[in-house]
Design a protein around this ligand. Structure first.
Ligand SMILES: [Zn+2]
Length: 907
């Protein structure tokens, strides 16, 4: 077992005052706040007055965000810096100054007219945690037939330097429906969950969700209000620590910097609260997957089980309670996790997350996004364009390199997988867990994540747009919950068989555990203008190492990871990369001295910045034969969940959606015995081969050739692509073993593709990824562990093949390779098609405590199969067929996924 997370608090010396202002008119907390923020930082201040005569004096001072009220008690609000405070203290009618973070300047006076939560554009700052909960409690009192607020647990909590004590915060859930006390009706209704700001520094979710609750209760959301006899809206506030982190009493680092007075992505104990959920497939041992059923994965107790290892109770008490709480609902339908992202040309993105979905579920989720797109356009109208100058002003003021930052208004909304949209892979995220089947501990829901261009606090015109957009997401998802989406596959009468084998089945019974060991260490490094280096000794039999670079002070950092040979294995640049890239994971066993070098790349860097380098390694004893599976009991404290999975489950599932007929299973022996031909004619129109069993057997490959020559149509996927080298028929004869490669990459995707290729019919330009690796056990590593079997483009083309898509190899993810991942060698749709990565057998060598899914095929993956087989997918919504493959990008924009990608013909 690991000990505990390396926490920020242990590494720095917070709590030291910057200035020393004192007066009996200041509350203790206010005095702390004003003395522990930079002198020019505007501290949200409630100014209590004996009468209104001070209004003139105050308004003359030209105070930041000055507001006044005479509603009940006379008071004013302003964001005061140290230079002005003395003047205000001296005003006779000023009775007291109180710390007042939050959006509504007078929330501490319960001054809630005209509304509890003012519109973002009128707000003095982002919503504060305590303000939000106090305000929601007020709404609950006013509308106790519709709104119910519950604390479901507590965060780890920051140390409150003003109080001198550790201060956990509550994790709140707000439920909104008609007749909320009617338990039977509540149970029957469909539940729609909105996770509000699981990343604490991404405020838009909570800003929108909280205001939406009030708007609905005030009768301003008639479309959604009309659904409340059938739907329960559930708003989860999962990360109070990250939210509270911007308050000076909780400040973790050198406070002499306004940039440290910011909300944080993670909690007080973990860097990323959205990687700690018990998802199936690969789990990064650097995370704390929160499984409240404990070691035995069995629910022994109505609350968190006693056998949950202590490290989890300490580090992830909040995710533990969230998992426990949501497992109790009935009729869970949809969940959306509302995030923010850095600036790119999209204003908002819809993300299809990692789990196993059947064809209908996949279409259901994509349909939701298809509906959302025009709704967002209607809602935002021309405002995005109108406020381009505000976006530009924001970029100029906040970006390290304003020239490099695009205006996020070019494409208001697009949607695809996480890799399609953001270019990274995940494990352990909240909505993947919610999307998992219940037998895997999930909630069996249809889930998505959303991203939106995120502003820093105190940019009301930008937050206003985000609130509008996310309010539309909330409405749209609620409305969608009552729609009926059906997907079918029209075969056009084409019959299909697939070749079975036992060799791709994976079972927990196959696992051979060797004694495994995890270690967790960390070191603080100085980041300055000169490089500094830390050495990490990696032992023999190491199976994976995760290096996380965590900024401890306001600094920019370029980190370089080198192996014992001095080869650069990963880099991270905090000014350019997504924060996920700060986690550099390598799966291999090269023992020796690895180094991490850090440097501040800014032109005039401060003398000293600090990062923590946190290193998690997993080792296991060698075994006689083959490769041991890592024992989750030794590493995480959980038993291995039992499973038996096979990628054939994908084909069986697909078969259920055919409008006529079914997919027939035939064995290699059946093929050898002539199952593919009937009197010289194809016995089936299509044959699917997802593996290379039998390729050395001429009777098998001869039968495949005869089938192709008789105009049978073949789809080869994954290691089945290797069959190409053994074929000699009218379509395929020249491709050899040397032309075919087994690659492992970060993401198996058509990174560069031919837009009009038939395999991409009905695909939208952003769609590139074919399957997500983690749910089937493949680690999300810097160098890429996701398998694909691909063909050299030159050989493929000289064999009369048309490439549909080429792969981008890792680690050079900015360069498109010359390897065909999808393509066809065919005439009029009949011939041989390849999809090199779609249905890999599950990978069992790395940690996967919560079992394994059968497959994790994307909608694009489904489409390639349908198109290769000459089928058509139909999507019917409430009885009406909809067109789902609409184009957003065209021409050059559509060609290459990564914005900076270049085509390198030499590669
Ligand atoms: Zn996020």
């Amino acid at each position: 077992m690991r000990l505990s997370a390396v926490t920020a608090g242990a590494l720095t010396l917070p709590g030291q005052a910057i200035s020393k202002i004192s007066s009996p008119k200041l509350t203790d907390l206010y005095e702390f706040a004003i003395n522990h923020t930079p002198e020019d930082y505007g501290v949200g201040t409630l100014i209590r007055l004996t009468d209104t005569t001070a209004f003139d004096d105050l308004s003359d001072l030209d105070l930041q965000e000055y507001r006044q009220t005479d509603d009940g008690e006379p008071a004013a609000y302003a964001q005061l810096d140290n230079t002005i405070i003395e003047n205000i203290i001296d005003i006779d009618t000023v009775v007291r100054l109180e710390f007042s973070p939050g959006a509504n300047p007078f929330w501490q006076l319960s001054n809630y007219e005209p509304r509890v939560f003012p519109p973002a554009i009128e707000s003095v700052d982002d919503l504060d945690f305590e303000e939000t909960i106090t305000g929601l409690q007020t709404l609950e009192q006013r509308h106790d037939d519709r709104l119910s607020l519950t604390s479901i647990g507590q965060s780890p909590g920051w140390f409150n330097h003003a109080l001198g004590d550790l201060e956990p915060s509550d994790v709140w859930v707000a439920e909104l429906t008609n007749d909320i006390g009617d338990e039977a009706a509540f149970a029957d209704k469909k539940k729609v969950i909105y996770a509000c700001s699981i990343h604490g520094d991404e405020r838009s979710g909570a800003e929108a969700g909280t205001r939406f609750i009030e708007r609905l209760l005030k009768g301003e959301e008639s479309e959604t209000e009309a659904l409340l006899d059938d739907v329960v809206l559930i708003f989860l506030y999962p990360n109070p620590d990250g939210w509270n982190a911007r308050l000076p009493q909780y400040a973790q680092e050198n406070q002499n910097s306004a940039e440290r007075l910011t909300a944080k992505r993670g909690s007080a104990r973990v860097e990323d609260t959205n990687r700690q959920y018990p998802t199936a497939g690969w789990i990064d041992p650097a995370y704390f997957p929160a499984e409240p059923d404990g070691t035995n994965l069995v629910d022994d107790d109505p609350d968190i089980d006693d056998d949950v290892p202590k490290a989890y109770q300490k580090n992830v008490p909040d995710p533990l309670k969230i998992v426990e709480h949501f497992r109790d609902y009935e009729n869970l339908a949809y969940a959306a996790d509302l995030h923010e992202m850095g600036y790119r040309k999209n204003f908002a993105l819809g993300l299809h997350v990692n789990t196993e979905y059947d064809l209908q579920q996949t279409h259901d989720i994509y349909e939701l996004n298809r509906e959302l797109k025009p709704r967002l356009n209607d809602q935002l109208g021309d405002l995005l364009k109108e406020r381009e100058d505000v976006f530009q002003q924001y970029i100029d003021e906040e970006a390290e390199d304003p020239e490099a930052v695009p205006l996020p208004t070019e494409i208001p909304f697009d949607y695809g997988t996480i890799t399609d949209t953001l270019g990274y892979q995940t494990t352990g995220i909240l909505v993947s867990w919610m999307g998992h089947p219940e037998e895997y501990g999930g909630l069996g829901m249809q889930t998505l994540a959303y991203e939106i261009a995120g502003p820093a606090p105190r940019w009301p015109e930008l937050m206003d747009l985000n609130v509008m957009a996310y309010s539309e997401v909330i409405r749209s998802l609620a409305a969608h919950a009552l729609r009926d989406v059906e997907a079918t596959v029209q075969t056009g009468g084409r019959s299909t068989a697939y070749v079975t084998t036992d060799t791709v089945t994976r079972s927990s019974n196959d696992l051979v555990f060797a004694e495994s060991k995890a270690s967790h260490t960390g070191e603080t490094m100085t980041v300055g203008p000169e490089p500094t280096t830390m050495t990490v000794a990696i032992e023999e039999n190491t199976r994976s190492v995760t290096f996380q670079i965590v900024e401890r002070t306001d600094t920019a950092v370029v980190a370089t990871l080198r192996d014992p040979d001095g080869t650069v294995r990963a880099t991270y640049d905090s000014q350019k990369d997504e924060s996920d890239a700060a986690r550099m994971c390598i799966t291999e066993s090269t023992s020796g001295k690895w180094t991490v070098e850090v440097i501040n790349p800014r032109e005039e860097p401060p003398e000293k910045g600090e990062v923590a380098v946190v290193v998690d390694t997993v080792t296991s004893e060698p075994i006689e034969d083959g490769i041991a599976s890592l024992d989750p009991r030794d590493i995480l404290g959980y038993e291995q969940r039992e499973y038996e999975v096979t990628p054939f489950s994908f084909l069986e599932g697909y078969s259920e959606f055919l409008d006529e007929g079914q997919l027939d299973a035939v064995s290699v022996a059946d093929v050898q015995d002539g199952a593919l031909l009937d009197d010289g004619q194809p016995a089936y129109d299509n044959l699917v081969v997802i593996h290379n069993e039998g390729v050395e057997d001429a009777a098998y490959t001869d039968a495949l050739d005869a089938f192709v020559n008789a105009d049978g149509n073949v789809l080869l996927t994954d290691s089945g692509v290797r069959v190409l080298a053994h074929l000699d028929n009218d379509h395929v004869s020249s491709i050899t073993e040397d032309d075919i490669h087994d690659e492992t990459v970060f993401s198996v995707a058509m990174n560069a593709y031919e837009e009009s290729h038939p395999l991409r019919e009905n695909a939208r330009p952003i769609q590139r990824e074919l399957y997500t690796p983690a749910p089937v056990g493949y680690p999300v590593t810097t160098e890429g562990d996701a398998p694909a079997t691909v063909v050299d483009v030159e050989q493929f083309q000289s064999a009369d093949g048309d490439s549909a898509g080429r792969l981008m190899t890792t680690p050079n993810r900015d360069t498109v390779s010359d390897l065909v991942v999808a393509g066809s060698i065919q005439d009029n749709g009949t011939g041989v098609h390849i999809v090199g990565g779609l249905l890999p057998p599950a990978f069992q060598e790395q940690l996967h405590p919560f079992g394994m899914l059968n497959h994790s095929v994307s909608l694009l993956g489904y489409l390639t199969v349908t198109n290769a087989l000459g089928h058509k997918q139909r999507r019917v919504v409430d009885g009406e067929e909809v067109i789902f493959g609409e184009t957003i990008l065209t021409g050059d924009q559509a060609q290459v996924y990564y914005p900076d990608a270049t085509e390198d013909e030499d590669e």
